[in-house]
Write a protein that binds this ligand. Sequence first.
Ligand code: SF4
Ligand code: SF4
Length: 637
Amino acid sequence: MTEKGKISCDECVNELMPVARKVGFDTAWDRYEAQLPQCGFGLLGVCCKLCWKGPCRVNPLGDGPDRGVCGADVHTIVARNLIRGIAAGAAAHSDHGRHIAKTLLEISEGHAPDYTIKDENKLYKAAEKVNVSVQGKSVNQIAKEVAKATLEDFSRQDEGIPCVWLDKTVPASRMEKLSRAGVAPHNIDAVVADIMARTHVGTDADPVNLLLAGLKAALADYTGMYLATELSDALFGTPQPVVTAANLGVIKENAVNIAVNGHNPLLSEFICDVALELKDEAVKAGATEGINIIGVCCTGNEVLMRRGIPTATNYLSQELPMLTGAVDAMVVDVQCIMPSLGKLQECFHTELITTMNSCKIPGAKHIEFHAATAAESARKIVRMGIEAYKRRDPGKVNIPQRSSTVAGGFSAEAIITALEGLDAQDPLKPLVDNIVNGNIQGVTLFAGCNTTKVTQDMAYITIAKELAKKNVLLLATGCGAGAFAKAGLMTMEATESFAGESLKAVLTAIGKAAGLSGPLPLVLHMGSCVDNTRAVSLATALANKIGVDLDKLPVVASAPECMSEKAVAIGTWAVTLGFPTHLGVVPQVLGSSVVTDVLTNKLKDITGGYFIVETDPTAAAAKLYNAIKQRRQELGI
Ligand code: SF4
Ligand code: SF4
């Protein structure tokens, strides 16, 4: 639900809109207005363009044709559209994961000399998951075998063997359920290809069969995400608590500001290193404060979690940093990068630099990233930023002086480490005990994007405050985490202000036992959107400890501003793993009563999970809390 006339809760957005007008640039919000009214057929998911006899539009209200030219009915059309989106999401996430795994292989073979494996313990844990023995082997040998075993999840031809990164990361009872339902993927790429094949004109027309294939593709998405996160941790370090800041006030007038935008940490890690190395060159160019790296979107989350790099903003407001006139370079990798940045950079001195072959933007300069020459590319990019700084027009600089403190870095390992302060032998016990005794009513993971369809960040903030009041532990990733970071909800002060009494007491006990001066933050930052699997690893540990499957836990998920195909895939695997999952934006499936019924109702019988669609944030919080209460009742706690 949009607050009338308000496009964002982030005041920086309002502050910079006049600048956009002044330079004659239409922002995402302006472009959204220009699209209104959006097509009702598209919104219901009933438009088909799968072949050139179309586009065919079926009117689900019975007023007009009830089938496409080929005879496909509305249920077939909606289901096909939906699962193509899931497949695209799985392709995006798993391609990110493949890139990380291939880089690990290159490192182990000596072809990527700039990289080191920063967290050997995480590598050993990965080895255990993919059945690689570490006994008597060098780190490089283990890395090679882990990378090869991981890449098998992209190439296995035996349909009877499930992807190892799925099999070893969910409770055994869940895995049995998934295998019985025939939705456990054996090969990420094959499952994505299967969706493209079965949705070709004249192939699968059964909406339920199509949706089952969609669940499988969603689990392929999960698999790709899980391995991406775990191997990134091995390469760059597993996040530990770190304090930094969020919002445009992190941009420094007297520094060369370089924004990293996108999702993949493979290059951004080096940009952070090189920024320190080339500081003197920046100072010589007149930037007295050296080089200031800032994050945008999920590359921002990656470097925030591991290095405490401040974050400038989340997805929807990614045009804002350039509008400050003080960003000298924006380096992008893949996913959720607005093509509009190519046009916007023409209004300023900013260098927009693309780095991946799969993501080029008209107007940007391209410096192709290769693992073999990562540091060299990073140096070239940072020097472009320094050169651009020399061209910066001080008359155009307009940095909103707004930022909030952020305590981030809460990987599952970091949470367990904090819990060890209360019980070193059995760290999960205090968490389980407090869930059982009701001090913590349940857990909500906030995930997903931003969208122009609602007031940016508003639903995240509203739902979180409602649930915190009711003593629900809150986790966040991706642009949801960005929303909370900007709003100051990732601080101990927010816990003091908004947490219910028993939640506050638990977060304070954990915080103090972990050596902090007060409670853990109200919302725990678990990373970028690819890191949603960190929350699953925590849930799986809890489920195994209690001795139940994931669909019995009082754990729910919420995507108040879901937008991308990746979010569609994530939401689908969340319900497939058994979590009630809230969507704050109406999914484009309502044209089919069959598809809608399966997703919100029948799926529960197969996986235990289901979608809750609610656009009103207060009502959504109530529904999520009810789902938690219901799970508690069923558990008898
Ligand atoms: S029905 Fe489909 S093709 Fe036609 S305008 Fe709407 S979205 Fe576009
Ligand atoms: S596949 Fe069928 S419904 Fe889709 S565009 Fe072609 S004829 Fe129309």
